[in-house]
Ligand binder design. Structure first.
Ligand SMILES: C[S@@+](CC[C@H](N)C(=O)[O-])C[C@H]1O[C@@H](n2cnc3c(N)ncnc32)[C@H](O)[C@@H]1O
Length: 134
């Protein structure tokens, strides 16, 4: 079993999608939310922002935080390999007035994102699914 295999990761998160939010919160004693907040605050929200990417966006766990911190209306594109996580994320994309959110279902390691096409990139708890080689 190759735990870094693309299909393995996709299936894992498809299966976890029903419980991911609660399990993640409880197993970290709530720290995941605090760490996401710290991550989003690292972004310089004073620069001019038109577009940002959330890589391995899961169910859109960072979007409330981005919406709160960002002073500008902008386009936010979530990228995630798991259809089930994306279905959950899709349920919240219209919740925001300042963010125009869309979701790309693709592997970030083989993505179609143009270089220099983004003002910021964020990724929370995505890199832990990568091997050293990835
Ligand atoms: C641990 S979750 C993190 C979700 C969210 N960012 C958060 O803060 O909770 C990892 C997410 O990365 C996605 N993922 C893992 N490897 C990926 C890859 N190579 N390309 C795109 N998405 C990937 C999984 O489907 C899963 O939704």
């Amino acid at each position: 079993m190759d735990i870094y295999d693309e299909k393995f990761v996709e299936n894992l998160f498809n299966r976890m999608s029903k419980t991911y939010g609660t399990a993640n919160y409880l197993s970290s004693f709530g720290f995941t939310e605090r760490w996401r907040k710290q991550c989003i605050r690292e972004i310089d929200w004073n620069i001019e922002i038109e577009k940002g990417f959330d890589l391995m966006s899961g169910m859109g766990e960072t979007w409330d935080l981005i919406d709160k911190e960002s002073k500008q209306n902008h386009q936010l594109i979530g990228v995630d390999i798991s259809p089930a996580m994306n279905i959950k994320a899709n349920e919240r994309i219209n919740k925001y007035h300042s963010l125009e959110i869309s979701i790309r279902e693709e592997n970030v390691l083989h993505n179609d994102i143009d270089s220099n096409s983004s003002d910021y990139i964020v990724s929370t708890f995505g890199l832990k699914t990568f091997s050293d080689e990835n």
